[in-house]
Design a protein around this ligand. Structure first.
Ligand SMILES: NC(=O)c1ccc[n+]([C@@H]2O[C@H](COP(=O)([O-])OP(=O)(O)OC[C@H]3O[C@@H](n4cnc5c(N)ncnc54)[C@H](OP(=O)(O)O)[C@@H]3O)[C@@H](O)[C@H]2O)c1
Length: 287
C-alpha cells in the first residue's frame, strides 16, 4: 500500500514507519513538510499519489495551547480541514489522530465512540474541531482517539513522554509530585501503530477509540514504572487542584475500544504489560 506518514519522526510517527516497513511509505518531516502550508501540502501529496495519508502532526503542549489558541487551531483544526479536503479531492484515505481530552470526564466510566464530547481546554476544543472537519470533509477516513502515548521515540512536541520524564526526574533526585485524581489509559505507541496498520487495510471507515487495556491514575502509572525498574524514588500523590496546571483536564478520560472490538481488530495488551515491554525494549529491564 502506498502510504504517507506526516510527522514521521514523532513518537507515534516513528512507530508507524517501523510497523509499515513492508508498505511503500513516504515519510514527511516538519518543517520541510508543514501541514499549515496548504499549497505545498497539495503539491507534495499530488506528486506522491498515496492510497492513505496518516497525519500525526499536532500542537499538543496542552498548557501552552491555553495561551496560544491561534497555533493550536492552525495545526489541530485548520490544517486538518485542508488535509480532509485534499483527501476527497485526491482520493486518499485520511487517517487522523485525536484525543481522550475531547471528553469532560463526568461519565466516570469508559467512553465509547458514540458518547458526546465536551472538551474542557483549548487543545481539546481544537482537536474536536479537527475531528469534525475530518468527519464532514474526508469521504474515506479513520479517525482515531487515543490516550497517554508512550513510544520509544518520545514525544517530539513535549520533548519527552511521561515514563522517560519520571525516570529523568528521579535520576536528578527531584521530588516527584504526580496527579492521582486523573484516570487515563497509558497507551503503547508501538501497539497503536500495529492496530492502525491493520485497521487501514479494512474498509470499516469512521471513528475509533484505540488505547491499551485497563486504567490507572498518572500516579499509579509512575508507581508501576518504578516498581518494574526496581527503584524506589520519593513519589508524592497530588490532586489536580494542588498541581494547578494552566489547562483544565478531565478527571476521567478512559476510552473503550468498542468499535475496534466489534470489527474484530486484535485486542491491545494491558497498559502494565505494554509498559514492561517498553522498558525491556529500551534496555532498562532485562527481557
Ligand atoms: N502524546 C500523547 O500522549 C497523545 C495522547 C492523545 C492523542 N495524541 C495525538 O496523537 C498524535 C501523535 O502524537 P505524538 O505523541 O506522536 O506527537 P509528537 O511526538 O509531538 O509528533 C508530532 C509530529 O508532527 C510533527 N509536526 C508538528 N507540527 C507540524 C506541522 N505544522 N506540520 C507537519 N508536521 C508537524 C512533529 O515534528 P517536530 O517534532 O519537528 O515538531 C512530529 O514529528 C497527535 O495527533 C496527538 O494529538 C497524543
Amino acid at each position: 500500500m502506498r502510504i504517507v506518514v506526516i510527522g514521521a519522526d514523532g513518537q507515534l510517527g516513528s512507530d508507524l514507519v517501523k510497523t509499515l516497513a513492508r508498505d511503500e511509505v513516504s515519510s514527511l518531516y516538519y518543517p520541510d513538510f508543514d501541514v499549515t502550508r496548504p499549497e505545498r501540502m497539495r503539491s507534495v501529496l499530488q506528486g506522491l499519489r498515496p492510497a492513505a495519508v496518516i497525519n500525526t502532526a499536532a500542537f499538543h503542549r496542552v498548557d501552552e495551547c491555553e495561551d496560544d489558541p491561534g497555533s493550536s487551531f492552525r495545526v489541530n483544526a485548520i490544517a486538518v480541514r485542508d488535509l480532509a479536503r485534499l483527501a476527497s479531492e485526491l482520493g486518499f484515505i485520511l487517517v487522523h489522530f485525536s484525543t481522550d481530552y475531547v471528553f469532560d470526564g463526568r461519565k466516570g466510566a469508559p467512553y465509547i465512540e458514540s458518547d458526546a464530547p465536551n472538551p474542557l481546554n483549548v487543545y481539546a476544543v481544537s482537536k474536536l474541531a479537527g475531528e469534525y472537519f475530518v468527519r464532514s470533509l474526508a469521504e474515506k477516513h479513520f479517525l482515531i482517539r487515543t490516550c497517554g502515548l508512550f513510544g520509544e521515540a518520545s514525544c517530539r512536541e513535549k520533548g519527552y513522554n511521561f515514563v522517560d520524564r519520571m525516570i529523568a526526574l528521579a535520576e536528578e533526585g527531584k521530588p516527584l509530585r504526580v496527579v492521582d485524581d486523573q484516570w487515563v489509559t497509558p497507551t503503547s505507541a508501538a501497539e497503536l501503530a500495529e492496530r492502525t496498520s491493520d485497521l487501514i487495510r479494512t474498509d470499516e471507515y469512521g471513528l475509533y477509540h484505540l488505547t491499551s487495556e485497563g486504567q490507572c491514575t498518572w500516579f499509579q502509572f509512575a508507581q508501576e514504572a518504578f516498581s518494574l525498574l526496581g527503584r524506589n524514588p520519593r513519589l508524592e500523590p497530588v490532586d489536580s487542584k494542588t498541581f494547578a496546571a494552566k489547562a483544565r483536564r478531565p478527571l476521567y478520560s478512559v476510552l473503550e475500544n468498542k468499535r475496534a472490538k466489534e470489527i474484530g481488530l486484535k485486542d491491545f495488551s494491558s497498559w502494565n504489560n505494554a509498559l514492561r515491554v517498553y522498558l525491556e525494549k529500551k534496555g532498562l529491564i532485562p527481557r
